[in-house]
Design a protein around this ligand. Structure first.
Ligand SMILES: C[S@@+](CC[C@H](N)C(=O)[O-])C[C@H]1O[C@@H](n2cnc3c(N)ncnc32)[C@H](O)[C@@H]1O
Length: 211
């Protein structure tokens, strides 16, 4: 029996966005594909805490609000004093304020929520960040589209490095390992680490760290 309930639907960047409830949990579907749910969150939190532990200053950027695990982890980390969140789906931001119970995160004076596409917003940003924490795709080799894929190319990695303060940290979430992406990171950064988080079924989640 499927007791999932559709709560809301809205047009999104790449097809229809659907918010569903499944018992105590919520899930977001984009164009018929699973985007994010509220069930786990361990690797989404590690993306933040690993970067924040290593970053040289207090300003961290999150690419992709999702259901807010990463933003909550940032706001509870003692070294984070300012968080810029870039999210291209305005409806995802709205659902965080309502159904997902994250109004407090978005109203926090340390949070700046930017409704924009990271791939165009970040290269034009006059700001640099002490950490860039990206979770906008299933990983460097499995992206939501060509625009997002450009971020993980050699040119994209150089652009990301240019948006970091000296000693700043790039953190990238992935549902799978990627030796090609690690090799690209090594050409642009001096230190590269790969952290793994076991999941109930399948490959571990991965957090790539570069500084
Ligand atoms: C897997 S979810 C992020 C999960 C998040 N780490 C959390 O803790 O819930 C990916 C998010 O990135 C957003 N996104 C995808 N591509 C984007 C882009 N190019 N610019 C900004 N946001 C993007 C999606 O709309 C979605 O909200």
């Amino acid at each position: 029996m499927n007791d999932k309930t559709t709560i809301a639907r809205a047009p999104g960047h790449c097809g229809e966005l659907v918010l569903r409830r499944d018992g105590a949990h919520h899930e977001i579907i984009a164009n018929g594909m699973f985007l994010m749910d509220t069930r786990a969150g361990e690797s989404e939190r590690l993306l933040i805490t690993a970067a924040a532990d290593r970053m040289p200053g207090p300003h961290l950027l999150i690419g992709g609000l999702g259901v807010g695990f990463s933003l909550r982890a940032a706001l509870t980390h003692p070294r984070v004093h300012e968080v810029t969140v870039v999210e291209r789906e305005e409806q995802v931001i709205a659902w965080n304020r309502t159904h997902l119970g994250n109004q407090d995160l978005l109203d926090d004076p340390r949070t700046h929520c930017v409704p924009a596409d990271l791939t165009t917003w970040l290269p034009q940003s006059p700001q640099t960040f002490d950490a860039l924490c990206l979770d906008i795709d299933n990983g460097p080799d499995w992206t939501l589209g060509e625009d997002n894929a450009s971020l993980y190319s050699a040119e994209g990695v150089r652009m990301l490095r240019s948006r970091l303060t000296p000693g700043g940290v790039l953190a990238v979430w992935s549902a799978a390992a990627s030796t090609a992406f690690v090799a690209r990171l090594r050409t642009a950064f001096t230190a590269v680490e790969v952290l793994e988080v076991p999941v109930a079924r399948g490959e571990p989640d991965v957090v790539f760290l570069a500084s």
